[in-house]
Design a protein around this ligand. Structure first.
Ligand SMILES: Cc1cc2nc3c(=O)[nH]c(=O)nc-3n(C[C@H](O)[C@H](O)[C@H](O)COP(=O)(O)OP(=O)(O)OC[C@H]3O[C@@H](n4cnc5c(N)ncnc54)[C@H](O)[C@@H]3O)c2cc1C
Length: 484
């Protein structure tokens, strides 16, 4: 019997698992995919928003501003990159200027500090690639950028180091009320617990409907498509550049990433299929047109990849963080769309406060800190030489674009939350995320995965399930994959 079962290993579930692992309770996180993060946390703009957009008084506004404040320390603790690069919202006419003034007031009400209103000359001096037709901009110095993959993975690894358990490839398909609490049924097994925390992202409404099929809460998947530019474009803008927001969200943006790329997007399109992560000519053309309005000289010839992410939008106008009275001791984090990445640290603290009201939970005396993972390219020449003397595989560069060594790949496979797929290696090491997008390193990584996991190379997948990378006897392999 577990004290708490968390459903879903996105940024929200993983940060909650970490916070709860600091207490004398048992925590089990169930995730349906082969790795984390795989939902919205895997594909988003990675902006730690300042907090000017959510309506005052909402949970979004409160947790956005609080989450933003928590980010610096959290990222230091989890050894995750975080940069407060600031964000501009641009106005090209008087109507948009009116919106800027409203946003400024809204930001102040929400508790956002240091908001500045800038005129054309100052904007262009700071960001010469912004459209010269700009009239005014709001500047939010507290806006930042981070790496959502590492944040989520390191949070869950730190939770594991502090005693939390994680089961991957376990999809929650049923919940039964029992005398002592609940039985959570997955595609593989059943687990008993006192408390459940639903962090199932795009499927959070489905979890609610497992309890009450008629409960009036539904998620509408909203897709966002992106283009990403090579690091050659890294000085194109220094801060995040936004249009004024609309009903559908903060709109298309141009932003640096913490790894030195430039990200363009996202669109906002309501879709039927929750798993539809395709990109389209129309979507990407829309992004291109809209970013040209912000920054006309975007070097589109430097696009190295395109992708899309799905927002868990709902008709409820706020994050739905509630315990439904008929199903006590289950806390739902549902409809966590933007600014969910920013709000996640604050939402995680809410989960702890919720549990504290129910149980007298005691903080552990010895909490393990997250230890920094060696990134070969960040070392000094002397440090590199010493490591190579210890093990020559440190000197074997697998990914030339991102300068990732063989030992970093092996360490990722042998980490507390082991990488078992090509994408899992990418997220942890950046191997395959550079200009050639894995053309050189993918096969080498597959060979290492095959060796470390002791499985044939044609069993290696891109992201689990049937996403095999090499052709062969698919039917036989799929049977074998299900067994292992
Ligand atoms: C295009 C886009 C841009 C965005 N930009 C930003 C931004 O710049 N800044 C910001 O603050 N926010 C942004 N967001 C929002 C942010 O990404 C999300 O709010 C956040 O990632 C939500 O995290 P989560 O943990 O709730 O959900 P997810 O990351 O979706 O995680 C849910 C997990 O639950 C698992 N799961 C689902 N069903 C089950 C089941 N039945 N059993 C077991 N596991 C299950 C899934 O596999 C998944 O791993 C953006 C979102 C999108 C899509």
């Amino acid at each position: 019997m577990e004290d708490v079962i968390i459903i879903g290993g996105g940024v929200v579930g993983s940060l909650i698992a970490r916070e709860l692992s600091f207490y004398e309770i048992s925590v089990l996180l169930l995730e349906k995919e082969e790795d984390i993060p795989m939902g919205s946390t895997k594909a988003n703009s990675a902006i730690v928003h300042a907090g000017y957009d959510p309506l005052p008084g909402t949970l979004k506004a409160k947790t956005n501003v609080e989450g933003n404040r928590l980010y610096k320390d959290l990222c230091e603790e989890l050894k995750v990159p975080f940069k407060r690069i600031g964000a501009y919202v641009l106005a090209f006419n008087d109507d948009e200027l009116k919106t800027l003034l409203e946003l400024k007031e809204r930001g102040k009400t929400n508790g956002v500090s240091e908001i500045q209103i800038l005129k054309r000359e100052e904007i262009l001096k700071r960001e010469p690639n912004i459209n010269e037709e700009v009239k005014y901009a709001l500047f939010f110095p507290t806006s930042g950028i981070t790496n959502p993959f590492l944040l989520t993975i390191h949070a869950l690894e730190n939770a594991i180091e502090n005693g939390a358990k994680v089961k991957l490839r376990e999809e929650v398909i049923g919940i039964e009320k029992k005398d002592m609490g609940y039985k959570v049924i997955t595609n593989k097994s059943g687990y008993y617990c006192k408390y459940i925390i639903n962090c199932a992202g795009i499927n959070a409404d489905k979890i609610i409907h497992l309890l009450d099929p008629d409960y009036p809460f539904t998620i509408t998947p909203r897709k966002g498509e992106y283009l990403i530019l090579d690091k050659k474009a890294q000085n194109f803008v220094k801060s995040t550049i936004f249009h004024v927001p609309t009903q559908k969200g903060k709109g298309v943006l141009v932003t640096p990433t913490v790894d030195g790329n430039i990200l363009l997007g996202p669109t906002a399109e309501n879709i039927e299929d929750r798993e539809d992560k395709s990109t389209s000519h129309e979507g990407l053309s829309e992004v291109k047109e809209k970013v040209k309005k912000l920054t006309p000289n975007v070097p589109f010839s430097l696009v190295i990849n395109i992708f899309s992410g799905i927002r868990a939008s709902s008709t409820y106008k706020d994050f739905f963080v509630q315990e439904i009275p008929e199903f006590k001791n289950i806390l739902h984090f549902a409809g966590i769309d933007s600014p969910g990445l920013t709000s996640a640290p604050s939402l995680a603290k809410m989960a702890v406060e919720w549990l504290k009201k129910k149980e007298n939970i005691k903080r552990k005396k010895n909490i393990k800190n997250f230890e920094k993972i060696v990134s070969f390219k960040e070392l000094t020449e002397e440090e590199k030489e010493n490591l190579i003397k210890e093990d020559p595989r440190w000197g074997h560069i697998i990914c030339r674009c991102e300068h990732v060594s063989e030992m970093e790949v092996r360490n990722a496979i042998n980490s507390p939350l082991p990488a078992r797929t090509l994408e899992a290696i990418k997220k942890r090491t950046r191997a395959g995320m550079g200009r050639c997008q894995g053309a050189f390193c993918s096969y080498h990584i597959m060979k290492i995965l095959s060796e470390e996991l002791e499985i044939p190379i044609n069993m290696i997948t891109l992201r689990g399930g049937k996403s095999f990378l090499l052709n062969g006897e698919n039917k036989v392999r799929w049977k074998y994959a299900k067994r292992s």
